[in-house]
Design a protein around this ligand. Structure first.
Ligand SMILES: Nc1ncnc2c1ncn2[C@@H]1O[C@H](COP(=O)(O)OP(=O)(O)OP(=O)(O)O)[C@@H](O)[C@H]1O
Length: 243
């Protein structure tokens, strides 16, 4: 049964989004950038969100992962109605369940690469040295283990992005949300990142959402959702023929 059509949430859904709309104020006017989005994100899958610039991709994934309130609608993440949580509960929920990889890497400039990658574990209370060691394992897998003691500004843009990727995965979150994770990378680094995302972020109880324009990685998707002007116009395993 297609539960998205009748408003119910499949109990196994990683994300259940119902009736999501989002408005932004632009001067005197209000612009609606998402229109009544209904979709489930399934665990065990890598779901891509694609669409032209301005179609609402970042807005949608931000709402799905608890960092931007919808104007209308509800979002459940692993069964928790996240916008009904208090601010403190939502911060804790995100820390324990969600890893983010954004276009801005937001690394802390004054601490080294290993400590940056270890931030979620340290925030969860793990002793700093143990957290750094865990982070270094991932940095190694991303081929930047030898940069662990450097400051972020000593790394190239692509290397900084890999630190941000390690930080998103280090606490093994159940949901990983990535905005253009391969855009700054050459083809082989991009493939390595995608392999690691699949290894860490895709499992029967885990899900991964990726916003991307990068047609070099379209073949790696389990599912592709296309957004046009804030509406879902395609949802399937392959890209539609007209893209
Ligand atoms: N904080 C904001 N205030 C006003 N308008 C916004 C804000 N954030 C996004 N928008 C508008 O919402 C629309 C969708 O933006 P969004 O960033 O979600 O698109 P996108 O598909 O991710 O684009 P891109 O591929 O360029 O990153 C755009 O028209 C954008 O200008």
């Amino acid at each position: 049964m297609d539960t998205t059509k009748i408003g119910g949430c499949a109990p196994e859904a990683a994300i259940c989004a119902r009736g999501i709309s989002r408005d932004f104020e632009a001067g005197q006017t209000t612009i609606r950038v998402l229109h009544d989005i209904n979709t489930d994100i399934r665990p065990g899958e890598m779901t891509y969100v694609v669409g032209e610039s301005g179609s609402g991709k970042t807005t949608l994934i931000s709402i799905m992962c608890g960092i931007l309130w919808p104007t209308e609608g509800e979002v459940k993440v692993f069964g928790t109605d996240i916008y009904k949580l208090s601010d403190t509960e939502l911060v804790k929920f995100r820390l324990n369940n969600i890893g983010f990889i954004f276009q801005q890497y937001n690394l802390i400039p004054s601490i080294d690469v290993a400590s940056n990658a270890a931030v979620p574990l340290i925030a969860q209370g793990m002793p700093r040295e143990e957290a750094r060691e865990r982070a270094k394992v991932l940095l190694d897998k991303l081929n930047i283990g030898n940069q662990a003691d450097k400051l972020p500004r000593q790394l190239s843009g692509g290397q900084q992005q890999r630190v941000a990727i390690a930080r998103a995965l280090v606490h093994e979150p159940r949901l990983v949300v990535c905005d253009e994770p391969t855009a700054a990378l050459d083809a082989s680094s991009g493939r390595r990142v995608m392999d690691l995302l699949r290894e860490v972020a895709v499992a029967p109880d885990r899900a991964c959402i990726i916003v991307t324009h990068d047609n070099r990685i379209f073949d790696l998707a389990d599912r592709i959702i296309v957004l046009e002007d804030g509406r879902i116009t395609h949802d399937g395993k392959e890209m539609p023929d007209d893209h």
